[in-house]
Design a protein around this ligand. Structure first.
Ligand code: MRU
Length: 352
């Protein structure tokens, strides 16, 4: 059995990016090489690489790829060509703010560097993108340690989608909290929503947790309410794609239903996300852009058509959980409790 900690979601190898193709899991472990920013954008849009924190790293590595692709040795010309390539990467998917954060973070680190030559700039971009990968793993480990005490010593934790090692450069956010709790000796069992339509829970979360020996039970999404009502679930922990200034949370579609059901049944609902997921520029969840994806993700399962031909389809990939349902936000800078308008700015160094 593969240990999920031993897989690399994304790596920089000899001047290009290598990703673990998440559309092929859990049946096959296939790595894909990405040589250009177009390759990277396609992989992001096809969700071969997905999950907010690793999209931040992908954004940074995309800027490094862009730097290598520009022939100009003249700094002004280099900068003028770098920017549109970087912005195209930032726009590849709209909801997870980490993607554009990763792009802008690396550009601003470059600007602060004042490299004399274009070649120095290229080398800086490549080295710094790899640092950002390491920083993401470290952030997830910190976040996990902050969140672990919130979990029961012995009990069941419900999660939705995949906020694990695969959604990050390593260790995971929601699953990082669970891993950290298990490492501290707690007896945690996980209920994982399958997460329609793309089954990130069934394919990815189940794969990761089974590989790590964490007892995991797979539920269809509509079963979560049944188990929350029965009182068998101690708490819910999910990840986030963007957290607005008032604490509203965008995450995989279906998260909102789980949050409402958790509150109705008196079960704590925790959101685990690095500070790079907090977007203080947006006042609330109503203005978070929600990605609408292709209808065939809903009408087919594993390439086989399951819906009646001719039916219309809605496919928002994310939903918004209002802050009033969120018991606490677990970040790499500590736990944040309501009122979020007051407390989120304390963990965000500077608005992005
Ligand atoms: O469409 P996806 O698979 O990229 O959506 C991922 C999620 O919604 C995750 O829960 C979120 O990005 C947090 S990952 C740590």
């Amino acid at each position: 059995m593969v240990q999920s900690g031993s897989v690399h979601t994304i790596q920089w190898v000899d001047g290009h990016v290598v990703i673990l193709d998440q559309t092929r899991l859990p049946l096959e472990t296939v790595y894909s090489a990405l040589y250009t920013t177009d390759d990277l954008i396609q992989a992001i849009q096809a969700m071969q690489i997905r999950g907010a924190p690793v999209l931040g790293v992908a954004g940074a590595m995309g800027v490094a790829l862009a730097g290598l692709s520009i022939a100009s040795e003249e700094p002004a010309g280099f900068a003028a060509q770098l920017r549109p390539l970087a912005m195209a990467i930032a726009d590849a998917r709209p909801t997870a703010v980490n993607l554009s954060w990763g792009v802008h973070e690396l550009l601003s680190r470059l600007a602060a560097q004042r490299c004399k030559t274009v070649e120095q700039q290229r080398q800086f971009l490549v080295a710094e993108a790899q640092c950002m990968l390491q920083e993401d793993v470290a952030a997830n480990r910190r976040l996990g340690a902050f969140g672990a005490p919130l979990l029961p010593n012995d009990g069941i934790v419900l999660t939705h989608c995949n906020a694990g090692a695969l959604a990050t450069a390593g260790y995971g956010t929601a699953l990082g909290v669970i891993r950290s709790a298990v490492e501290s000796g707690k007896n945690i069992r996980v209920y994982a929503d399958e997460t329609r339509p793309l089954l990130q829970g069934a394919r990815l979360t189940a794969w990761e947790l089974v590989a790590d020996g964490i007892p995991t039970t797979l539920l269809t999404d509509s079963m979560a309410g049944y188990f929350l009502h029965k009182g068998v679930i101690a708490c819910v922990v999910v990840g986030a794609d963007r957290i607005a200034a008032n604490g509203d949370v965008a995450n995989k579609v279906g998260t909102y239903s789980v949050a409402v059901l958790a509150k109705e049944n008196g079960v704590p609902f925790y959101v685990a996300a690095p500070v790079s997921t907090i977007d203080l520029c947006l006042p609330n969840g109503d203005v978070i852009p929600i990605e609408e994806r292709e209808p065939d993700e809903v009408t087919t399962i594993g390439g086989t058509r399951v819906a009646a031909v001719g039916v219309q389809v809605a496919n928002p990939a994310f939903d918004i959980t209002p802050a009033r349902y969120v018991t606490a936000i677990i970040t790499d800078a500590g736990l944040v409790y309501p009122p979020y308008e007051q407390n989120l700015p304390k963990v965000v160094r500077s608005p992005q």
